[in-house]
Write a protein that binds this ligand. Sequence first.
Ligand code: PNS
Length: 164
Amino acid sequence: MKTFLFPGSFDPFSLGHQDIARRAAALCDRLVVAVLSNPGKAPAFTTEERVSMAKMCLSGIDGVEVIMFEGLLVDLYSKLGASAVVRGLRGESDYRIEAEMAAVNKLLLPEYDLILLPCSTDMVYISSSTIKEVALFGGDISKMVNPKIVDFVQSKIIERKAEN
Ligand code: PNS
């Protein structure tokens, strides 16, 4: 049983994330999408909201489960008996960050391994920060997130703006 782990903040879950999850799921038996619960990162969406959005976007893809995690990624990796972490790569700047995180994770856990999947070309410019910025000013995010979560993302961002 080959388990891959796809961790992230997913704040919110984008079509780019969905594309990576779908392609990674085809390469393993079980793909665990792990949503980071870290209040220190001050996400726009709660952990529960991010888990629920990821579940909605990935429903129907065989072998995929969504969980939340806190603490070290390598601890989750060991607990799940994962064979590799999967991350999407949009460009060179992503690569530098991923290489650095992988080096630290490998120091902590020598059997740790990483698979970097290049983003599909039409997803290269989609990021969670861009989605939040466009949504904040009422722009159209329908080409950036799954149709199932468009209204939720849009309304929560506006709601949170009004709260602050
Ligand atoms: O979507 P993100 O914010 O780029 O995901 C980053 C994530 C969740 C992969 C990373 O922050 C992480 O692994 N956090 C868990 C804490 C940890 O293990 N830190 C040491 C590795 S640098």
